[in-house]
Write a protein that binds this ligand. Structure first.
Ligand SMILES: [Zn+2]
Length: 400
């Protein structure tokens, strides 16, 4: 049988199967139940996080024979037609290649024909920011007052490029990057069903590399499945880090410990090992910041850390352990110093040299004395000289 890519095979067909976007799916489900769907939507968010998938599920729910229902039935002829992309009432348009005035004029005339099989005719326009200004002008009236049977779902990665008059006519939903732990959980389920052997660390490494996108995570897993030499071979973390140029978890933790210890030699050596292994240093920087943030949350949030980090308690405990011997203040100053330089790192020509200098500086600053500590120390010393308390106790002000 021909190999079907995982992202397609495991594409969610119901709202409940979509991960990480409950704030959107819940609202859409409520609108369906109340039969109060808006006539235009704008889905905003980075690529691969489910904009088109949610748009299709929503379209399916709207034309399902069981409408209104919390979920599309996925069994009626309308649902099936949407699933195999043969439904005449759900029209998908790629804004990037259909962005001219002529394209839009055709579309504008078409919307007035009644739906073939359902109550609604739904237009899903992807990459809608690619439409030209002329195209939008031709379209504006239709979006403002579409026929009652028409719904528009616009999707974009770049909301700021969509003209404000359109944005204001739409109900806007911002989809978020999917937390790494959620991606890991989903991947583990897919791997199990696909009977692919893969270690837990390898799954976390893929989830980290996918950077919030489920589709990317699935294609990375596709690549790793193809990369195996035999079907029984277990995919290990080392395979992922070598294929995708990531730093391994212990390299990352080694670097964080070196920063905590202000161990310049270890910082330089570990970074050199990572860089000479051809690892992606911008990704390393992101991973470092995210690890430091996790340590910070683990220290501050106590038993809620796992929930906030969207990781299991075991992972939260590991972060707590990593930062156990270091004050919160050190962690916070590392985060401050590192995060201030993300843009410069992006522009730096020699990333190795840049990140090396940055890490050494961050370690030094996070361990240097703070001005307020120095002042307190001086006050204390002066106090000792005079054999008197550094500060006179303030007189209590009272009314009598
Ligand atoms: Zn149905």
């Amino acid at each position: 049988m021909e190999y079907q890519v995982l992202a397609r095979k495991w594409r969610p067909q119901r709202f409940s199967e979509v991960i990480g976007q409950e704030h959107v799916t819940k609202t859409l489900q409520n609108q369906i139940m109340r039969q109060r769907a808006a006539h235009a939507y704008l889905f905003v968010g980075p690529r691969g996080i489910g904009k088109t998938t949610i748009a299709r599920i929503f379209a399916k729910a709207l034309i399902c024979r069981k409408y209104p229902s919390m979920e599309p039935c996925c069994e009626c002829d309308n649902c099936k037609a949407v699933q195999d992309a043969s439904c005449l009432d759900v029209i998908e348009i790629d804004g990037a290649s259909n962005n001219t005035v002529d394209n839009v004029r055709n579309l504008r005339d078409e919307v007035y024909y009644a739906p073939v099989s359902g109550k609604f005719k739904i237009y899903i326009v992807d990459e809608v920011h690619m439409l030209t200004a002329g195209a939008w002008n031709a379209f504006l009236k239709t979006v403002e007052e579409p026929p009652a049977h028409v719904k528009f779902i616009f999707a974009t990665t770049e909301a700021h490029k969509v003209i404000p008059t359109i944005v204001s006519r739409c109900q806007r939903f911002d989809l978020r990057r999917i937390p790494t732990a959620m991606i890991s959980k989903s991947l583990a389920k897919i791997a199990e069903q696909e009977k692919v052997r893969i270690s837990t660390d390898a799954i976390s490494a893929i989830a980290r590399a996918a950077d919030g996108g489920m589709r990317d995570a699935e294609s990375l897993l596709d690549q790793m499945i193809a990369f195996r030499s035999s079907e029984n071979e277990e995919i290990a973390e080392s395979d992922i880090v070598s294929v995708f140029g990531l730093a391994a978890k212990d390299e990352l933790e080694g670097l964080v410990t070196a920063l905590f210890d202000n161990d310049a030699q270890k910082i330089v050596n570990t970074l050199n090992t990572i860089a000479s292994g051809g690892k992606n240093l911008e990704k390393l920087y992101d991973d470092l910041l995210s690890t430091l943030r996790s340590v910070q949350i683990a220290k501050i949030a106590g038993k809620n850390a796992g929930r906030i980090l969207e990781e299991n308690d075991e992972a939260a405990a590991a972060y707590l352990k990593l930062g156990a011997n270091h004050p919160l203040d050190t962690v916070q100053r590392l985060i401050e110093t590192l995060s201030a330089s993300s843009r410069s790192l992006h522009d730096a020509i020699n990333k190795h040299v840049f990140i090396e200098a940055l890490l050494l500086k961050a370690a030094r600053i996070s361990h240097s004395a703070k001005v307020e500590d120095l002042i307190r120390k001086i006050n204390e010393l002066q106090g000792e000289d005079k054999q008197a308390p550094a500060e006179e106790p303030k007189k209590k002000l009272t009314n009598d």
